[in-house]
Design a protein around this ligand. Structure first.
Ligand SMILES: NC(=O)c1ccc[n+]([C@@H]2O[C@H](COP(=O)([O-])OP(=O)(O)OC[C@H]3O[C@@H](n4cnc5c(N)ncnc54)[C@H](OP(=O)(O)O)[C@@H]3O)[C@@H](O)[C@H]2O)c1
Length: 236
């Protein structure tokens, strides 16, 4: 049986991605901070392991990786999806907010990937998908910290793709547009519907399908790709 590790699996895109893999008979390792949310995804997936883990804490990431590797469940895929959004004029953005954005979007993903990387190298096989954003390519005012980290995810994807290729490891990225998930404050999604070229925001399962495509053998000759899944908004 094949296994996948998904961060931020208790809600939104992470939850939808967990369900997409579970439907394809993967064992799903579900990571997140909120055990209640993880339990719900776990019940929906069936064959899964829930691991409560704050990705901003190095020792919690190391423990999670140890737990995953100790199961011998043949992990082949990592989906670095966990994240938080912040919107504020530049002058009000604090060091703490910049640090928090770096820790969740970059350092947490880097630590988890680094811990599982040797097993990918050993198996000469692995696939990683980073969940970035249109804002990582086309930033907007007030999203400096978030957009910079999403841009860093794009760059890291490409660098790691080159490093992983000789080992049979693929690394790709989904640049998601505006998707209806709890990351947005109540009411915000409604306001954004009309600005979308395709006339609506995205659903979590629509991002999950693209993540599944990039992670699986369906894209066996694709690495370093940045796939826009955004209803066309990056074109505006
Ligand atoms: N929705 C959009 O419009 C959109 C657009 C572009 C990109 N994205 C990206 O898509 C990804 C998923 O977001 P979403 O929209 O699905 O939002 P979401 O429903 O709020 O999911 C984010 C997940 O990240 C987890 N998380 C946050 N901080 C964490 C931490 N320190 N340690 C572990 N897990 C943590 C949360 O789990 P816990 O609460 O359990 O910690 C939550 O389940 C994010 O990277 C986001 O930047 C979203």
């Amino acid at each position: 049986m094949k296994s996948v590790v998904i961060t931020g699996a208790g809600s939104g895109i992470g939850r939808a991605t967990a369900l997409a893999f579970a439907r394809q008979n993967y064992h799903v390792f579900l990571l997140g901070r909120d055990s209640r949310k993880l339990r719900i995804t776990h019940l929906e997936c069936g064959d899964a392991t829930s691991i409560v883990c704050d990705l901003t804490r190095a020792e919690e990431v190391a423990n999670a990786a140890r737990q995953i590797l100790s199961t011998n469940k043949n992990v082949e895929i990592i989906i670095n999806n966990a994240g938080t959004f912040t919107y504020k004029p530049f002058e009000q953005q604090t060091d703490e907010e910049w640090t928090a954005q770096f820790q969740i979007h970059i350092l947490g993903a880097v630590r988890l990937t680094k811990a599982l990387w040797p097993s990918f190298v050993q198996n000469k096989k692995g696939s990683i998908v980073n969940v970035s954003s249109t804002l990582g390519i086309r930033p907007t005012a007030g999203t400096g910290a978030y957009s910079a980290m999403k841009a860093a995810q794009v760059s890291w994807t490409q660098s790691l793709a080159l490093e992983g290729a000789p080992h049979g490891i693929r690394v790709n990225c989904v640049a998601a547009g505006i998707v209806d998930t709890p990351i947005h404050p109540p009411g915000a999604i409604l306001q954004m519907q009309n600005a979308q070229p395709l006339g609506r925001v995205g659903r979590p399962d629509e991002i999950a399908q693209s993540i599944y495509f990039l992670a699986s053998e369906h894209s066996a000759w694709t690495t370093g790709a940045i796939l826009h899944v955004d209803g066309g908004i990056n074109l505006l």
